[in-house]
Design a protein around this ligand. Structure first.
Ligand code: UD1
Ligand code: MG
Length: 492
């Protein structure tokens, strides 16, 4: 999309002091991705000759994110400001590059189209520099764009250095620029750290270019929100909200019903088929894929999970790296951990935890169970309170349950163990040996009935309580004795 003579330089070395965080600012997440990843993704479709990311704070972690996406990194150590970052980048910019598109790592709402328009303005205007600017209702914290009486850009002044009149200016610097490199380099060399932070500011280049009578243009962003820089947690939350709203709108446009969309959190890569319903308070995270006509009910959290058509995820279910088949039902209050595979028409109910286990077609586990490292045959019925004892303190073992098996309530299956097709396991059993197909397994203490025992016991109690009131009556007719003494006597 852009010519071979253009390098993109993404500035991502700063610490982000205003975040008050251990984590480098550009690694903070909004809309489900690290800030810097959003920016790289906006740059990629331009197909630049070079996509160079200046890293410094948490360089290793930031590099891991951006190199994965195909960017190249250059290390700025120590970080002495945005102008210094550009000086460092210079070393890595190819000689063939004529232009540089500079973008900060903390402006995640930036769109490719806007970058393309900025570049176009720069080329057509044959400028030395073109700044992407925006008109903000609240320009606090941003550098202000100073123009002369004819509207030509003169300089950028940072908030801290601005006079009260300059602070009233609402046109701000986005920190996104296009530079003609031959004009930029001499000005970069001329930068001086004469400011509140003792840093080299890239913004000062604008004034320097103008002093040399070079052409500086501004392209005003059509949507001012696009340039928002996330310097604080409040800005991060604001930007996150915009991303979430965009994603919810995109899904609704494609035929998904979302009630109270402002309460749902949906990551960018999530997909959902038409006529699927997403209830309030749902989170769909990572690479979750949902089919058509599904119901994802209130309070459920799905991460990297695939749900096939017509499935229902009941309220307050937590699913991680799992699969839910066609017309299967999960929840309310189910927990599917990695490797849970609930096949077509199978059902998992409340307070059932499934991990690394397949429930084949039509199998049911509806109440209070733990099924781990297991294969449950089709149409098998797992009674309430069934536990697969998969861990012996050292290793995990498999439980294999055949098709059509009936596991009675409160069964413990001590793995490794197999229950053959069509077998029954009596309630309350502790199964330690394989059960053959079609057998009944009973593994519990045999019941003993003692005829008349309860009636006799009741009689005894009645007799004792008749004796009691007499005792008490005698006591109450006498002058009262201190209770404690009486007690201690009786103990002796
Ligand atoms: C900067 C601009 C300001 C503009 C605002 C827009 C300067 C001096 N000011 O301020 O005019 O309105 O962006 O959001 O440029 N970085 C480095 N190395 C450094 C310092 C910073 O790579 O030594 C990176 C940061 O990681 C960040 C970007 O440069 O991604 C911008 O730095 P930041 O500290 O956020 O600048 P602002 O104060 O927001
Ligand atoms: Mg910033």
């Amino acid at each position: 999309m852009i010519a071979k003579d253009t390098a993109i330089v993404l500035l991502a070395a700063g610490k982000g002091t205003r975040m008050r965080s251990e984590l480098a600012k550009v690694l903070h997440r909004a809309g489900g991705l690290p800030l810097v990843e959003h920016v790289v993704r906006a740059c990629l479709p331009l197909k630049p000759a070079q996509l160079l990311v200046v890293v410094g704070n948490q360089a290793k972690e930031v590099s891991a994110v951006v190199t994965e996406l195909g960017a190249q990194t250059v290390l700025q150590q120590p970080q002495r400001g945005t102008g210094h970052a550009m000086q460092v980048a210079r070393r890595a910019i190819r000689r063939s590059a004529k232009l540089a598109l500079v973008v900060p790592g903390d402006a995640p709402l930036l769109r490719t189209e806007t970058l393309a328009a900025l570049l176009d303005t720069h080329r057509r205007g044959e400028a030395a520099a073109t700044i992407l600017t925006a008109e903000l209702d609240d320009p606090t914290e941003y550098g202000r764009v100073l123009r002369d009486s004819e509207g030509r850009v003169q300089a950028i002044v940072e908030e801290k250095a601005a006079t009260p009149e300059q602070r009233a200016i609402r046109e701000v610097n986005s920190s996104i620029y296009c530079f003609t490199l031959s004009k930029l380099w001499p000005c970069l060399n001329a930068l001086r750290p004469e400011n509140a932070h003792r840093e080299l500011y890239l913004t000062d280049v604008i004034g320097l270019l103008r002093q040399r009578n070079e052409r500086v243009l501004a392209y005003v962003a059509p949507d001012s929100r696009e340039i928002l820089g996330c310097n604080t947690r409040a800005a991060l939350a604001y930007v996150d909200r915009i991303f979430r709203a965009r994603k919810a709108a995109e899904l609704m446009d494609s035929g998904v019903t979302i009630y109270l969309p402002e309460t749902v959190v949906i990551d960018p890569e999530v997909t959902a088929g038409s006529d699927t319903l997403v209830e309030p308070g749902v989170q769909l995270l990572g690479k979750t894929r949902i089919g058509a006509r599904c119901k994802i009910q209130t309070g459920s959290v799905l991460r990297d999970t695939r749900v096939d058509d017509d499935a229902v995820i009941g309220p307050h279910s937590i699913l991680d790296s799992s699969r839910v088949g066609l017309k299967a039902e999960v929840g309310p209050f189910s927990r599917l951990r990695p490797g849970a595979d609930i096949r077509a028409g199978a059902r998992v109910g409340n307070f059932v935890e499934v991990k690394n286990a397949v429930l084949h077609e039509g199998a049911k586990a509806l109440h209070l169970s733990y099924l781990g490292d297991a294969s449950i045959g089709s149409k098998a019925n797992i009674g309430a309170g069934t536990i697969t004892c998969n861990y012996d303190g050292v290793a995990k073992h498999q439980t294999k349950i055949g098709n059509g098996v009936f596991i009675g309530s409160d069964t413990a299956l001590v793995a490794p163990v197999r229950v053959g097709h069509g077998a029954y396991v009596a309630a309350g059993s502790t199964i330690t040996e394989n059960v053959p197909a079609d057998a009944l397994a009973l593994a519990r203490g045999r019941q003993v009935n003692k005829p008349g025992w309860a009636a006799a016991r009741r009689k005894e109690i009645a007799r004792a309580s008749k004796a009691e009131p007499r005792k008490r009556g005698r006591k109450s007719s006498r002058p009262s004795k201190p209770r404690r003494r009486a007690k201690s006597k009786s103990r002796r």
